[in-house]
Design a protein around this ligand. Sequence first.
Ligand code: HEC
Ligand code: HEC
Length: 215
Amino acid sequence: MSRKALFLLFAATYAALLLAGCARTPGPGLARGEQVFDTCFPCHGRDGLGNQTLGAPAIAGLPRWYIERQLNNFKSAMRGADPHDMEGSRMRPMARSLYRPGDIASVAEYVSTLPGRVPSATMVMGDTAAGRMRYQTICVTCHQDDGNGNEALGAPPLTHQHDWYMMSQIAKFKSGMRGAHPDDVMGAQMAAMANTLEDSTAMHDVIAFIRTLQK
Ligand code: HEC
Ligand code: HEC
C-alpha cells in the first residue's frame, strides 16, 4: 500500500472513531441531560420523586433555574459542605462530577421535564390554621399564595416536595448548615425566614399548611 493510501486509511479510521465518540456523547441539551440523569436516579429515583431512606428529595416538578442554582451551589461548596451535613455529603460529589461544560444546564433541563407528584404525608402534622397564619404573613411573599414559588425572588415551588425534606431543610437553614456561606445570597434570605419559626411546633404547623397547597 502506498504511503498516501495508508495515510488516507488512518485518516478515515480516525474520523470514524471521532464520529462514533460524538454519537455516544451528545452535545448540551435534553439528550445529554437524559444521559447524565443515569447517575442521578439511584438516589432520586427514575421519576425524580426522591427517596426518604437516602434523604434524597423530589427533584421532579422543580424548575430549571432552581435545579441549576442548587447544582452550582453544591459544586462550589456553598451547599452541602458542612462536615455534619450527611445528606449534603451524598449530593456534593454528584454535583462535582458534572464538570463537562453544559452538563449542569443539560441535566437541569431534563429534570425540569419530569412531572411533579403530590407526595404522601410521612409526619404527624401540626396545626394547619396556625401554619396558615405564619405562611400568609411570612412565606407568601416569596413562595406565593399557591406555593408555586417565584423565580425573580429565587424561591422554589414547595408544591411537590416531601414533608420530611422540607422539615430537614428548614432545620438546616436555622442551624447554618445551609444558607450561611458568605456568597449564598438566596440561602441567607431563606435562613432569616427559617429563623422566624422558633421551634419544631412552628415548623410542623407551617408544613401542615404547605401540604394543603399540594394538589
Ligand atoms: C448518592 C445519592 C445521590 C445522587 C446519586 C444524586 N443526588 Fe441529588 N441529592 C441527594 C441528597 C441526599 C440531597 C439532599 C441534600 C440536602 O439535604 O441538602 C440531594 C439534593 C439535590 C438537589 C436539591 C433539591 C432541592 O430541592 O433543593 C438537586 C437539584 C439534586 N439533588 C439533583 C441531583 C442531580 C441532577 C443528580 C445527578 C447528576 C443527583 N442529584 C444525584 C442525593 C443524591
Ligand atoms: C425572602 C423570600 C423568602 C421567604 C419570605 C421565604 N422563603 Fe423559603 N426560600 C427562599 C429562597 C430564595 C429559597 C432557596 C434558597 C437557596 O437557593 O438555597 C428558599 C427555600 C426554601 C425551602 C427549601 C426548598 C428546597 O427545595 O430545598 C423551604 C422548605 C422553604 N424555603 C420554606 C419556607 C417557609 C416555610 C417560609 C415561611 C416561614 C419561607 N420559606 C419564607 C425565599 C424565601
